[in-house]
Design a protein around this ligand. Structure first.
Ligand code: ZN
Length: 661
């Protein structure tokens, strides 16, 4: 077939598939076919660059990296809308129109919480896109907007037109973006709007393409040149191939408008994207000039803003969190209450001034809301319901290390004065949870850091308190039901970890895994160890004065003793149980591990061998009894074969040890 025709055909096929999937939400071809067509098109275009079409979907994957964004002056300024916040204000808006015009109707549309964009098409082809900026001058984001899958690069009519819409990040893309940021150790986006705004200002359009932004179009500039009303404009935008939010409605009077608002104040909670209100416009364009404009906004339109969801509950306690910089944040511990789709049991109180200004007291009934953030905020106290609560007073000492807190002049925050405060240093927490210590599988470094950042983890003790916040943890991007349950199960299981691993996990200076193993044989309970004296400790093989000194000093610190008592109350195992050695063909044998194992890590394989009374060594010699070889085993396997050492593959090893560990 002629290549030019095939390229045309593929572009049509893919653009149609994009439209059906991203704009209509009704896919008609499989992902497999789509990928297949796309690949073929890319190859043909690479081979015949001169045949590349202007509306080719291959442009949507991004490519060019910009140095910065050029300024663009809008030919017609992008005005903002006035706001109304309740029914009274809504009816006043209607009265003002009624006073100057008659025979009008309204169109209500959802106000999408994203960022406004103006897009120019010439002869039906995508030309330029600009941010709103200050309304007069915006930034050129053409390359980035091009990557939005639901935006057509070629319209169904070859016209010159400027359209406006809202770029937003759907909840699904938002969660994915934050999951990625978490694994890259980057700060999380607070909400989808911030994420969309941050994404559209990326200089690398490939990053933008990956983030999967979406767009709803809602206005045609100089629309009266094309149609007669807002309703017709929205219909026409769809005829051209644009994605328009489906929840628009022509309303014949303000009562009907109000009904729509009430309907969507509820329905918005089930949508896959954020909306913060309803836009109300006089439908008939012929009346717009008559109704007129203020300096900033049209008088024939307004935005009804949904009130943030608020809940009332009892403030049970004020606790404190120390961040990595040593900053103290007071946290409201609340009687659990349902808010914006989830159960909330804590909220931030920011700092001392915040609490004092609002006169928040433990025992008060408080109002809380979620300001698009993960952690809700206390707004105010319901003073009518106050009984005899005592005024708030901030603590004087760090709740983690006991050192004095310092409030620098001109700053609202207190900081722990101790440079070595464990709260500033979460390595201890990471170590405690790690595979070599308590082996809490899902509580890796990144998760510990995120939880610490959000105030859920300050000390080891907090790990066992996480259960209380299960509902809140599920709200953290990248978490959710399954992952949180898995984490809590792993935490629960860690309570049975062996005493020596626990001791090692505490991070006592100079007490490594081997030393801990040794100690517990002589001090089989934590209570015995707490009382141990240096002279007695030194008698243990391989323990010198430095280690002994360190142990004694650890157990003489009040904070450490408190931590151990708290952990005890959670049921953590602090008793050494003599391991039964199982008589097995591996008992007393020396192993060397090599290659990549599929079913378990090397540490796990090592643990199994030790449990069966075997040993592991790092190099193959005549003394080696077995080599356990995974895939891609190299020189060690060769040496084993040369020396005639028995080589076990993973399958055989599993069969021989099945059920014994
Ligand atoms: Zn401290």
């Amino acid at each position: 077939m002629n290549e030019k025709l095939r390229i045309k055909e593929l572009i049509q096929l893919i653009n149609k598939a994009n439209y059906e999937y991203h704009t209509l939400d009704k896919p008609t071809i499989s992902d497999y076919d789509y990928d297949h067509y796309f690949k073929e098109l890319v190859e043909l275009e690479e081979k015949y660059p001169e045949l590349k079409q202007e509306d080719s979907p291959t442009q949507k994957v991004g490519g060019s990296v910009l140095e910065g964004f050029n300024k663009i002056t809008h030919q017609v300024p992008m005005m903002s809308l006035s706001n109304v916040f309740d029914e009274t204000e809504l009816r006043q808006f209607d009265e003002r129109i009624f006073n100057v015009a008659s025979g009008y109707s309204y169109v209500t549309e959802l106000k999408i919480d994203g960022l406004a964009v103006s897009i120019i098409y010439e002869k039906g082809l995508f030309k330029q896109a600009a941010t709103r900026g200050n309304g007069v001058v915006g930034e050129d984001i053409t390359e980035n907007v091009k990557t939005i899958k639901s935006l057509p690069l070629k319209l169904n009519e070859a016209i010159d037109i400027e359209v406006r819409g809202e770029i937003f990040m759907p909840h699904k893309s938002f969660e994915k973006a934050n999951e990625e940021r978490m694994s890259n150790d980057e700060a999380l986006f607070a909400n989808p709007r911030n994420a969309a705004a941050g994404t559209i200002r990326q200089l690398d359009s490939k990053v933008v393409a990956k983030r999967a932004l979406d767009i709803f179009l809602y206005t045609i500039v100089d629309a009266q040149n094309y149609v007669n009303s807002q309703k017709e404009a929205l219909d026409y935008l769809q005829t051209l191939g644009f994605k328009v939010n489906p929840y628009y409605k022509q309303c014949h009077d303000i009562d009907e408008v109000h009904q729509q608002i009430q309907l969507f104040d509820d329905k918005r909670k089930t949508l896959k994207y954020d909306t913060d209100g309803v836009v109300i416009k006089v439908n008939e364009f012929s009346l717009h000039d008559k109704i007129g404009y203020t300096a900033k906004s049209p008088k024939w339109a307004t935005a009804y803003k949904f009130a943030p969801e608020v809940a009332e509950t009892k403030l049970l306690d004020i606790t404190y969190q120390i961040g990595r910089t040593g900053k103290l944040t007071p946290v409201a511990e609340l009687e659990p209450v349902f808010l914006s789709g989830s159960t909330i049991s804590r909220a931030t109180l920011h700092n001392e001034d915040f609490i004092v200004d609002r006169d928040v007291r433990v025992g008060d009934i408080v109002r809380i809301h979620k300001a698009g953030e993960i952690i809700p905020e206390v707004i105010e106290v319901v003073l009518e319901q106050r009984t005899n609560q005592t005024p708030f007073e901030i603590i004087k000492d760090c709740p983690v290390c006991g050192h004095p807190l310092i409030r620098k002049e001109g700053e609202a925050d207190y900081y722990c004065s101790n440079d070595d405060c464990p709260a500033k240093n979460i390595h201890g927490l990471i170590h405690f949870a790690s595979r070599v210590a308590m082996d809490i599988d899902t509580l890796g470094e990144k998760v510990v850091e995120t939880f610490h950042e959000l105030g859920f983890l300050n000390t080891i003790y907090d790990i066992y308190r996480l259960e209380t916040f299960a509902e809140e943890l599920k709200l953290i991007p990248g978490f959710g039901n399954k992952k949180v349950n898995k984490l809590l199960d792993a935490i629960d299981a860690s309570k049975n970890q062996s005493f020596d691993k626990f001791l090692f996990g505490l991070g006592i200076k100079h007490v490594g895994a081997k030393v801990a193993k040794n100690i517990v044989k002589y001090y089989p309970t934590i209570d015995l160890l707490k009382e141990a004296e240096i002279e007695a400790l030194i008698d243990i093989p391989d323990i010198g004065e430095m280690i002994a000194q360190s142990i004694v000093s650890y157990f003489s610190d009040e904070q450490n003793l408190k931590l151990i008592d708290e952990l005890k109350s959670f049921g953590l195992n602090m008793t050494y149980e003599q391991e039964e050695t199982i008589e097995h063909e591996f008992t007393g044998k020396t192993f060397v591990l090599t290659g990549k194992l599929e079913s378990f890590s090397r540490d796990q394989a090592k643990a199994i061998i030790e449990k069966l009374g075997g040993k592991t060594s790092s190099s193959v010699s005549k003394k080696t009894d077995y080599v356990l070889a995974g895939s891609d085993a190299g020189s060690k396997l060769k040496k084993a074969n040369d020396l005639g050492v028995t080589v076990l593959d993973e399958q055989t090893f599993m069969e021989k040890t099945n059920g014994l560990y």
